[in-house]
Design a protein around this ligand. Sequence first.
Ligand code: SAM
Length: 304
Amino acid sequence: MGEERWCLAVPRQGAEKTRRQLLEEGLLDRRYRPRPEGDAILLPVTEEVLGAVRCEFEAVPEQVDLPRHELVGGIAIMQENDPAGAERLLASRPSLHTVLFPTTAVEGEYRTRRFSVLAGAPTTRTRVTEYGHSFDVDLALAYFSARLSTERQRVLGAMEEGERVLDMFAGVGPFAITLARKAGVVVAADLNPAAVHLLVENVALNRAKNVIPMLADAAHLPRLDLSPFDRIVMNLPMAAPEFLPAAVALCRNGGTIHLYALQEEEGACLPRIREVTRGEVVERQVRTYSPGKWHAVYDITVEK
Ligand code: SAM
């Protein structure tokens, strides 16, 4: 049962304002949970302030010290190989089914990592929900990063309705499916068969009928004689600049290329971009990667 504490009974309307005032004055007893009673909310206080009465309260469960981690759907990826910490983490969130530890860096053409399972169900597969979309991912088979969700919304915000979009390195489809909301059509290519399998599943899951998944090396796309695209996403940060000539060939004059790069110096990709177009270039930092290294995006207006 609860514990008897001092509290203020305040009308529901305006209770939030009083709660904030008490918090600012250091009088709100945060070890206990406020609760409704009749038309009032009972706010636990640290001392017998004017008007305080004694009532029973449940204690707020103690916050356990959780290890550092990144969440991808129902999976937590820990930075330390700490099985005891992983068990605490798993117990702290009902939405988690698995805690993983990466045993390699992101590697190879497919940009995947290997993992060991520290706690929970032995799987690398999960479902991620992002701005109203759902993506099935398998972290060992295909690249996925939840940290790019804001960037996907930024690109969506920059789009006009009905655009023709090409995602040259689509993975399991988070950019392609997000941008499909405004696009006329999205061609989504990847050379990892497992990524394209998941992409096809995600297209069905999100009923994104205007996305065309393609198992293809992006370097071959210009040979397909596709009509020019209004917008091209190049999210292969280690190597995308190599594919710039192909992207420019596939883009309409005045169209936009979003080139993602991992760099240690501002403007590192500009000389390469200047080899293929004279158009306007805006460079932004997307997120830090490691000390002195960051993910940048270059929004390039193609001028042929
Ligand atoms: N755009 C996806 C996302 O944001 O989650 C995936 C990005 S991941 C960094 C890069 C993807 O490019 C990987 O799925 C990899 O398999 C794919 N890839 C690598 N080289 C490629 C190529 N030459 N042609 C097409 N896809 C390629």
